[in-house]
Design a binder for this molecule. Structure first.
Ligand code: NAP
Length: 339
């Protein structure tokens, strides 16, 4: 099977073998036996954050297709890793449970969400994720990790730091019962909802506003939107220390850099940096280039290869590094390729 058929970028060569796991037991057994045999293993959820080499993957791809959302008492749900994340977010909003409404429209599976502590529009998974059940491949044991054990940071976690060690099996969310969202923390979203920053809004309205913002940026996977044939944001928003921020200000005409405090430094929009480095929406010729809706996404315009994607990513990274002195780090998992 071609991995291009399993990734939202539509890129990636063949896998030597593919196994489909539809229950937690099948998933655990498959990973344990592949590990025991020493077979290279790629665990695949929604394929929305994955770049695979044109040569493919010389091992077994385990597709996580587990399903189930278990309501465990008041506003607590346990979600199997293979559940489509946006389907879960939509159901929770419809059930009147607050806490993940701003995470609407994020592509991929639920099992991927704690790995990079997905976040958007002022909310992140760590605010509601109370436990994760995971297979520890170093011991072969299934363990329950508390939120503290998960070591969540800005788009980061223990699962990302120790990527080859963990397979996420189930994510438990502790939500808030009620028709209103948490206070809206993100100015762009508050504007879209026509409320002040810090005000709440009906959950359904917040979900619709987030989906519409994401659609306007090509960030909702949709066969009718060629800009969504991507891996979403290709670079993470850098977190700079005070010296790096001062140096950046010195390189920008006027010296004004929008920066937000967080995670022990100052977050700067990667998209803003790319535009300041001279690139615009729709730029870069060839089969892979910048989305016409958001400079942060690299889009397979059709007929592209992973090599084309890597070439385009290097152009963007090098432009930002050479003109602004900031090294952007790719967000997707790279398999068999390097930037
Ligand atoms: P953008 O306008 O280019 O700006 C994004 C950057 O500005 C991020 O560092 C964001 O922090 C920060 N920011 C903006 N307003 C903020 C506020 N009121 N308080 C704190 N930080 C603020 O945005 P974009 O690229 O279109 O993305 C929109 C949202 O979707 C962002 O929240 C982004 O992080 C999120 N997103 C997440 C993923 C992912 O998790 N993989 C992928 C795509 C987009 P935050 O990153 O903390 O929000």
């Amino acid at each position: 099977m071609q991995l291009a058929d399993l990734t939202t970028l539509g890129l990636g060569g063949p896998a030597a073998d593919v196994v489909e796991a539809r229950t937690e037991r099948e998933l655990v057994d498959a990973v344990r036996s592949l590990d025991a045999a020493g077979t290279p293993l790629l665990v695949l959820g929604g394929g929305s954050n994955l770049v695979v080499a044109d040569e493919g993957f010389p091992g077994t791809v385990v597709r996580v297709l587990t399903a189930g959302v278990d309501h465990q008492g008041h506003a607590t749900v346990a979600v199997q890793a293979g559940e489509d994340w946006d389907g879960v977010a939509g159901r929770l909003v419809a059930d009147g449970l607050a806490g993940v409404e701003c995470l609407s429209g994020i592509p991929g599976s639920t099992g991927a969400t704690p790995v990079q502590n997905v976040g958007a529009y002022g909310q992140e998974l760590s605010q509601t994720c109370s436990r994760v059940r995971a297979l520890d491949r170093s011991t072969g044991e299934v363990v329950e990790l508390t939120a503290a054990d998960c070591a969540f940071g800005y788009r980061h976690s223990r699962f990302k730091a120790e990527r080859d060690r963990w397979v996420v099996l189930e994510v438990r969310l502790s939500l808030t019962d009620g028709p209103l969202s948490a206070p809206i923390a993100y100015a762009e979203l508050a504007r879209a909802l026509d409320v002040e920053v810090g005000a709440s809004a009906p959950l359904v309205d917040v979900r619709e506003a987030v989906l519409s913002l994401r659609r306007s940026k090509g960030m909702v996977v949709d066969a009718a939107d060629p800009d969504s044939r991507s891996a979403g944001s290709f670079f993470t928003n850098p977190v700079l220390d005070a010296d790096a921020l001062t140096a950046l200000r010195g390189r920008v005409p006027g010296g004004v850099v929008p920066a937000y405090p967080g995670d022990g430094g100052w977050k700067v929009s990667a998209a803003w940096l790319i535009e300041r480095a001279g690139l615009a929406k729709g730029d870069l010729e060839g089969p892979v280039g910048l989305s016409t809706k958001h400079v942060l996404a690299l889009v397979n315009r059709g007929g592209g290869t992973t090599e084309d994607l890597v070439r385009a990513a290097r152009v963007v990274r090098d432009a930002v590094r050479d003109r602004l002195g900031v090294v952007l780090v790719p967000e997707p998992v790279l398999v068999g390729v390097e930037l």
